[in-house]
Write a protein that binds this ligand. Structure first.
Ligand SMILES: Cc1ncc(C[n+]2csc(CCOP(=O)(O)OP(=O)(O)O)c2C)c(N)n1
Length: 350
């Protein structure tokens, strides 16, 4: 049950996956540090009035997208949601382009045509999200259907929140994926709240148990453990490619910030936040790597320098030319894919 969070996330360290080399484990830390650092800086830019609209982050949830995205191959396809920036970073989208995106600049992924988290670079296999939750589950299932029909060994993945499980789209996607045994991975980010609604007001039965009634496996994973997320996703992907169908991965985590920049989350008990603070995913990965002899402070400094440079680059970039507003809105031709070996996600030993 979702209420057994302490049990599911207790014990701190999860046995490292034998599929992760030390450099991969450092990459997981880097991805999480980049996500946190980029979002922290973007929040400042938002408060300075440089980011239009609102601002959403995934503080405290970095392991969910970092671990899962790291298990996916370059030919796979990802529907990345609003708390999952590490997935974009792992696929090779640079921090400078992300800052430019947030600020609506020409160098952003959508070139100023869409706001904040509504982006995806199809050259790296990421599909831009829409806000109608959880429509991306249906998009991921649709892509998986195409892979199956074409006989391609590829897998689709999407993330979504606990709030999504209360919607009909969730059930449609789960049902079709189960019936068709689609090569798709559903990552349910159970971060305890859908806006101000706690999980005990959302469902009477933990949604991970719904996978069984649609004919496939549901597993609960410590969502604050990047290596556990990686391993669960790797196994799910292997199953999908072997024709064994979808997997629902419930990642237990906590939304440590408000829903968006405007939300002070005063509806969340302070003790709950304090308890989850002791399970910070970045601190946990750092502790592991220190034990393995890695100079974690150096990794932190490198990431900070990269972010400083990226902010300056994005701030120096122009706003888009208004006359180009209707260009690139619809899909035109095939995207030029990045090859294996050019992006960090292809690093681990399969
Ligand atoms: C169909 C639909 N209803 C309402 C909203 C407005 N809305 C945006 S995010 C959100 C809460 C989502 O909660 P959850 O799915 O748990 O994800 P989290 O934001 O906690 O990661 C709501 C209600 C929406 N985007 N789509």
């Amino acid at each position: 049950m979702a209420t057994d969070i302490a049990q599911a996330t207790a014990g701190g360290t999860h046995a490292a996956s034998e599929h992760l080399k030390l450099e991969d484990r450092i990459w997981l830390l880097r991805a999480m540090l980049l996500m946190r650092g980029v979002e922290d800086r973007a929040m400042t830019l938002y408060r300075q009035g440089k980011v239009p609209g609102s601002f959403y982050d995934g503080f405290g949830q970095e392991a969910v997208s970092a671990g899962a995205a790291f298990a996916m191959a370059s030919e796979d396809r990802l529907c990345v949601l609003h708390r999952d920036l590490a997935a974009h970073l792992i696929r090779g989208v640079s921090p400078a382009r992300i800052f430019a995106q947030y600020m609506g600049r020409a160098a952003g992924i959508t070139g100023g045509r869409e706001g904040n988290v509504h982006f995806g670079d199809r050259r790296v296999g990421c599909v831009g999200m829409v806000s109608m939750l959880p429509d991306m589950m249906l998009v991921a299932a649709g892509m998986a259907m195409a892979f199956k029909m074409r006989g391609e060994k590829r897998c689709a993945i999407t993330w979504f929140g606990d709030g999504s499980t209360s919607r009909g789209d969730f059930h449609e996607a789960m049902n079709w994926a189960g019936v068709q045994k689609l090569p798709v991975i559903f990552v349910l980010e159970n971060n305890q709240y859908a806006y101000s609604t706690p999980v005990d007001k959302q469902f009477a039965v933990d949604p991970v148990e719904r996978a069984a009634v649609y004919g496939f496996i549901g597993v609960t994973v410590d969502g604050n453990d990047a290596e556990a997320m990686f391993e669960a996703t790797r196994v799910a992907r292997e199953r999908a490619l072997a024709g064994e169908g979808p997997t629902l991965i419930e990642a237990l985590t906590m939304r440590m910030h408000g829903h968006a920049a405007h939300d002070d989350m005063k509806y969340v008990p302070k003790e709950q936040v304090d308890e989850w603070r002791t399970r910070d995913p970045i601190e946990r990965q750092e502790a592991r790597l220190r034990e393995a002899g890695v100079d974690v402070d150096e990794v932190r400094q490198q990431v900070k320098a990269e972010i400083d440079e990226a902010v300056q680059e994005a701030l120096a970039g122009p706003m888009p030319d208004p006359s180009s507003a209707t260009e690139g809105v619809f899909c035109e031709g095939e995207a030029e894919p990045l090859g294996d070996g050019q992006a960090p996600w292809s690093g681990f030993q399969r």
